[in-house]
Design a protein around this ligand. Structure first.
Ligand SMILES: Nc1nc2c(ncn2[C@@H]2O[C@H](COP(=O)(O)OP(=O)(O)OP(=O)(O)O)[C@@H](O)[C@H]2O)c(=O)[nH]1
Ligand SMILES: [Mg+2]
Length: 220
Protein backbone atom coordinates (compact mmCIF):
# COMPACT_ATOMS: atom_id res chain seq x y z
CA UNK A 1 0.00 0.00 0.00
CA UNK A 2 1.25 3.48 -0.89
CA UNK A 3 2.70 5.46 2.00
CA UNK A 4 1.59 9.07 2.39
CA UNK A 5 4.30 11.26 3.82
CA UNK A 6 4.17 14.59 5.65
CA UNK A 7 7.20 16.69 6.47
CA UNK A 8 6.51 19.07 9.34
CA UNK A 9 7.48 22.71 9.13
CA UNK A 10 7.46 25.20 11.99
CA UNK A 11 4.07 26.63 10.98
CA UNK A 12 2.30 23.51 12.26
CA UNK A 13 3.13 24.14 15.90
CA UNK A 14 0.45 26.04 17.74
CA UNK A 15 -2.51 25.75 20.07
CA UNK A 16 -1.93 22.11 20.86
CA UNK A 17 -4.71 21.41 23.34
CA UNK A 18 -7.37 23.11 21.22
CA UNK A 19 -6.37 21.10 18.16
CA UNK A 20 -6.25 17.91 20.26
CA UNK A 21 -9.88 18.57 21.25
CA UNK A 22 -10.82 18.97 17.59
CA UNK A 23 -9.04 15.70 16.73
CA UNK A 24 -10.93 13.93 19.49
CA UNK A 25 -14.26 15.32 18.22
CA UNK A 26 -13.49 14.22 14.67
CA UNK A 27 -12.62 10.70 15.83
CA UNK A 28 -15.86 10.56 17.83
CA UNK A 29 -17.83 11.76 14.81
CA UNK A 30 -16.46 8.85 12.76
CA UNK A 31 -16.78 6.45 15.72
CA UNK A 32 -13.08 5.54 15.46
CA UNK A 33 -11.26 3.97 18.39
CA UNK A 34 -7.81 5.53 18.66
CA UNK A 35 -4.66 4.41 20.46
CA UNK A 36 -1.35 6.24 20.81
CA UNK A 37 1.62 3.89 21.28
CA UNK A 38 4.53 5.49 23.09
CA UNK A 39 7.79 4.19 24.51
CA UNK A 40 11.56 4.16 24.23
CA UNK A 41 13.23 3.70 20.86
CA UNK A 42 13.20 0.00 20.07
CA UNK A 43 10.78 -1.02 22.83
CA UNK A 44 8.75 -2.88 20.19
CA UNK A 45 5.96 -0.50 19.16
CA UNK A 46 6.04 -1.36 15.46
CA UNK A 47 6.47 -5.10 16.11
CA UNK A 48 3.39 -5.12 18.34
CA UNK A 49 1.45 -3.06 15.81
CA UNK A 50 2.29 -5.52 13.05
CA UNK A 51 1.05 -8.50 15.08
CA UNK A 52 -2.04 -6.68 16.33
CA UNK A 53 -3.08 -5.36 12.92
CA UNK A 54 -2.74 -8.86 11.42
CA UNK A 55 -5.11 -10.22 14.06
CA UNK A 56 -7.59 -7.35 13.68
CA UNK A 57 -7.60 -7.82 9.91
CA UNK A 58 -8.52 -11.48 10.40
CA UNK A 59 -11.54 -10.24 12.34
CA UNK A 60 -12.43 -7.75 9.57
CA UNK A 61 -11.68 -4.80 11.86
CA UNK A 62 -10.27 -2.08 9.63
CA UNK A 63 -7.21 -0.16 10.83
CA UNK A 64 -5.30 2.96 9.90
CA UNK A 65 -1.89 4.00 11.15
CA UNK A 66 -0.09 7.30 11.67
CA UNK A 67 3.63 6.70 12.08
CA UNK A 68 5.70 9.38 13.79
CA UNK A 69 9.47 9.48 13.38
CA UNK A 70 12.06 12.18 13.37
CA UNK A 71 13.21 10.95 9.96
CA UNK A 72 12.80 8.01 7.63
CA UNK A 73 10.04 5.67 6.53
CA UNK A 74 11.23 2.37 8.01
CA UNK A 75 8.14 1.84 10.17
CA UNK A 76 5.56 2.96 7.61
CA UNK A 77 7.16 0.62 5.08
CA UNK A 78 6.74 -2.27 7.52
CA UNK A 79 3.10 -1.34 8.17
CA UNK A 80 2.28 -0.82 4.49
CA UNK A 81 3.19 -4.47 3.84
CA UNK A 82 0.06 -5.34 5.82
CA UNK A 83 -2.07 -3.48 3.27
CA UNK A 84 -3.47 -0.96 5.73
CA UNK A 85 -3.53 2.81 5.14
CA UNK A 86 -0.49 4.42 6.72
CA UNK A 87 0.72 8.01 6.95
CA UNK A 88 4.34 8.70 7.84
CA UNK A 89 4.98 11.93 9.69
CA UNK A 90 8.58 13.09 9.84
CA UNK A 91 8.92 15.67 12.58
CA UNK A 92 12.24 16.93 11.23
CA UNK A 93 13.79 16.99 14.70
CA UNK A 94 10.96 17.18 17.23
CA UNK A 95 11.09 14.25 19.68
CA UNK A 96 7.29 13.82 19.85
CA UNK A 97 4.09 14.17 17.86
CA UNK A 98 1.80 17.16 18.35
CA UNK A 99 -1.95 17.49 17.79
CA UNK A 100 -1.54 19.41 14.52
CA UNK A 101 0.53 16.58 13.10
CA UNK A 102 -2.28 14.12 13.89
CA UNK A 103 -4.80 16.50 12.30
CA UNK A 104 -2.67 16.62 9.12
CA UNK A 105 -2.21 12.86 9.24
CA UNK A 106 -5.95 12.23 9.53
CA UNK A 107 -6.57 14.46 6.51
CA UNK A 108 -4.63 11.87 4.50
CA UNK A 109 -6.83 8.98 5.65
CA UNK A 110 -10.32 7.93 4.53
CA UNK A 111 -11.80 8.08 8.02
CA UNK A 112 -15.14 6.48 7.24
CA UNK A 113 -13.30 3.28 6.29
CA UNK A 114 -11.38 2.99 9.59
CA UNK A 115 -12.55 1.44 12.88
CA UNK A 116 -9.24 1.58 14.77
CA UNK A 117 -6.61 4.30 14.36
CA UNK A 118 -3.16 3.57 15.73
CA UNK A 119 -0.61 6.30 16.26
CA UNK A 120 3.00 5.26 16.79
CA UNK A 121 4.68 8.16 18.50
CA UNK A 122 8.36 9.05 18.15
CA UNK A 123 10.48 6.64 20.19
CA UNK A 124 11.05 8.56 23.42
CA UNK A 125 10.02 7.99 27.04
CA UNK A 126 9.72 11.69 27.91
CA UNK A 127 8.38 14.25 25.41
CA UNK A 128 5.48 12.31 23.80
CA UNK A 129 3.76 12.16 27.20
CA UNK A 130 3.70 15.96 27.40
CA UNK A 131 1.56 16.58 24.31
CA UNK A 132 -2.14 15.81 24.04
CA UNK A 133 -3.09 14.49 20.62
CA UNK A 134 -6.84 13.92 20.99
CA UNK A 135 -6.22 10.16 20.83
CA UNK A 136 -8.41 8.22 23.27
CA UNK A 137 -5.96 5.70 24.74
CA UNK A 138 -2.33 6.21 25.59
CA UNK A 139 -0.43 2.93 25.56
CA UNK A 140 3.12 2.67 26.86
CA UNK A 141 5.18 -0.04 25.25
CA UNK A 142 7.88 -0.89 27.80
CA UNK A 143 10.38 -3.66 27.18
CA UNK A 144 11.98 -5.75 29.90
CA UNK A 145 15.41 -4.85 28.52
CA UNK A 146 14.89 -1.27 29.79
CA UNK A 147 14.85 -2.26 33.49
CA UNK A 148 12.01 -2.51 36.00
CA UNK A 149 12.54 0.92 37.58
CA UNK A 150 11.51 2.96 34.54
CA UNK A 151 7.97 3.76 35.78
CA UNK A 152 9.51 5.63 38.69
CA UNK A 153 12.20 7.34 36.58
CA UNK A 154 9.80 8.43 33.83
CA UNK A 155 6.54 8.83 35.79
CA UNK A 156 4.69 11.14 33.39
CA UNK A 157 4.66 8.51 30.65
CA UNK A 158 3.04 6.05 33.04
CA UNK A 159 0.64 8.52 34.58
CA UNK A 160 -0.81 9.58 31.19
CA UNK A 161 -1.21 5.99 29.97
CA UNK A 162 -4.18 3.71 30.54
CA UNK A 163 -2.34 0.60 29.40
CA UNK A 164 1.20 -0.76 29.47
CA UNK A 165 2.32 -3.47 27.10
CA UNK A 166 5.30 -5.03 28.86
CA UNK A 167 7.20 -6.32 25.87
CA UNK A 168 10.00 -8.80 25.12
CA UNK A 169 8.88 -11.31 27.75
CA UNK A 170 10.45 -14.01 25.57
CA UNK A 171 13.78 -12.69 26.90
CA UNK A 172 12.86 -13.05 30.59
CA UNK A 173 15.32 -15.91 31.13
CA UNK A 174 18.21 -13.91 29.67
CA UNK A 175 17.57 -10.58 31.43
CA UNK A 176 17.59 -9.69 35.12
CA UNK A 177 14.16 -8.13 35.20
CA UNK A 178 12.01 -8.07 38.33
CA UNK A 179 8.46 -8.30 36.98
CA UNK A 180 6.85 -7.90 40.42
CA UNK A 181 8.76 -4.69 41.04
CA UNK A 182 7.80 -3.35 37.61
CA UNK A 183 4.12 -3.89 38.41
CA UNK A 184 4.58 -2.30 41.82
CA UNK A 185 6.39 0.76 40.39
CA UNK A 186 3.94 1.20 37.52
CA UNK A 187 0.97 1.06 39.93
CA UNK A 188 2.68 3.43 42.34
CA UNK A 189 2.88 5.95 39.49
CA UNK A 190 -0.61 5.16 38.22
CA UNK A 191 -2.85 2.95 40.40
CA UNK A 192 -5.38 2.46 37.59
CA UNK A 193 -2.94 1.33 34.94
CA UNK A 194 -3.58 -1.99 33.18
CA UNK A 195 -0.52 -4.09 32.31
CA UNK A 196 -0.33 -6.81 29.68
CA UNK A 197 2.96 -8.72 29.32
CA UNK A 198 3.51 -9.56 25.63
CA UNK A 199 6.09 -10.60 23.11
CA UNK A 200 6.34 -8.71 19.86
CA UNK A 201 8.56 -11.52 18.62
CA UNK A 202 6.66 -14.71 19.44
CA UNK A 203 3.22 -13.07 19.54
CA UNK A 204 2.68 -14.27 23.12
CA UNK A 205 -0.38 -12.63 24.73
CA UNK A 206 -0.93 -10.25 21.81
CA UNK A 207 -4.47 -11.67 21.87
CA UNK A 208 -4.97 -9.92 25.22
CA UNK A 209 -4.22 -6.58 23.56
CA UNK A 210 -6.59 -7.50 20.73
CA UNK A 211 -9.24 -8.38 23.34
CA UNK A 212 -8.69 -5.00 25.00
CA UNK A 213 -9.22 -3.27 21.64
CA UNK A 214 -12.38 -5.27 20.92
CA UNK A 215 -13.76 -4.48 24.39
CA UNK A 216 -13.16 -0.76 23.82
CA UNK A 217 -14.84 -0.98 20.40
CA UNK A 218 -17.95 -2.35 22.08
CA UNK A 219 -18.20 0.56 24.52
CA UNK A 220 -17.32 3.28 21.97
N1 LIG B 1 13.28 -10.63 21.53
C1 LIG B 1 12.37 -9.73 21.21
N2 LIG B 1 12.66 -8.77 20.34
C2 LIG B 1 11.71 -7.87 20.03
C3 LIG B 1 10.42 -7.90 20.59
N3 LIG B 1 9.70 -6.88 20.12
C4 LIG B 1 10.50 -6.22 19.27
N4 LIG B 1 11.72 -6.81 19.20
C5 LIG B 1 12.88 -6.40 18.42
O1 LIG B 1 13.29 -5.13 18.94
C6 LIG B 1 13.75 -4.30 17.88
C7 LIG B 1 12.95 -3.00 17.85
O2 LIG B 1 11.61 -3.31 17.57
P1 LIG B 1 10.63 -2.25 16.92
O3 LIG B 1 9.29 -2.88 16.87
O4 LIG B 1 11.19 -1.71 15.66
O5 LIG B 1 10.67 -1.12 18.03
P2 LIG B 1 10.02 0.33 18.02
O6 LIG B 1 9.58 0.63 19.41
O7 LIG B 1 8.97 0.41 16.97
O8 LIG B 1 11.26 1.24 17.63
P3 LIG B 1 11.25 2.81 17.21
O9 LIG B 1 10.09 3.02 16.29
O10 LIG B 1 12.57 3.01 16.55
O11 LIG B 1 11.13 3.59 18.48
C8 LIG B 1 13.61 -5.13 16.60
O12 LIG B 1 14.84 -5.74 16.33
C9 LIG B 1 12.54 -6.15 16.96
O13 LIG B 1 12.67 -7.34 16.22
C10 LIG B 1 10.14 -8.94 21.53
O14 LIG B 1 9.05 -9.06 22.12
N5 LIG B 1 11.16 -9.80 21.81
MG1 LIG C 1 8.76 1.76 15.45
Amino acid sequence: MKIKKIEIGENLFGKNDEIARENSELLQKYNILSLNLMGSPGSGKTSILELTIRKLKEKNITCGVIEGDIAGTFDSERISLLEVPVVQINTGGACHLEAMMIKKGMEQLTLNEIKVLFVENVGNLVCPAEFKLGIKYNVTVASITEGEEKPLKYPLMYSVSQLVLLNKIDLLKAIDFDTEKFYQYARKTNPDIKIIPVSGKTGDSINQFVDFIEEQLLIQ
